[in-house]
Design a protein around this ligand. Structure first.
Ligand SMILES: [Zn+2]
Length: 133
């Protein structure tokens, strides 16, 4: 599985992570899914309602507006991105929410901007290759 992210969207994403420091930042990526390739073409910045450096929470109203925006544009929600202070690996809580939100989960380390993507496949966390386009 591959996720393709345009360079300008990645730059905007990293900028948003800096703006939210020290709190975790959260964004959604909209685009298309073609077989095993996820193609990103839009970034949706989201407010971390938890206001925390250790977790994130998205208000249901905001989530709903993302669904509407995707539907209006004929796009899919491809991925959810959030930042971590530690390693870019899903936490136990992340894995719990991966079950409820079956998108690609991208985690970016606030410390060194290392980035990894995952999907949950039958209870197993599997890596997704990130390609910057
Ligand atoms: Zn997390």
């Amino acid at each position: 599985m591959i996720i393709k992210i345009p360079k300008n969207i990645l730059n905007e994403l990293i900028n948003y992570i800096y703006i939210n420091k020290p709190n975790e930042a959260v964004c959604f990526l909209l685009g298309f899914i073609k077989e095993d390739t996820y193609i990103v073409n839009e970034l949706v910045k989201v407010k971390n309602a938890a206001n925390s450096p250790a977790e994130f929470y998205v208000e249901p109203d905001e989530l709903l507006s993302i669904y509407k925006r995707a539907e209006e544009k004929g796009l899919d929600i491809v991925a959810i991105v959030h930042s971590h202070h530690g390693l870019p690996l899903p936490s136990t809580i992340d894995i719990k929410y991966m079950k409820l939100n079956p998108y690609v989960w991208i985690i970016i380390s606030i410390t060194d901007l290392k980035m990894q993507a995952f999907v949950l496949n039958e209870e197993k966390v599997e890596p997704v290759k990130i390609v910057i386009t």
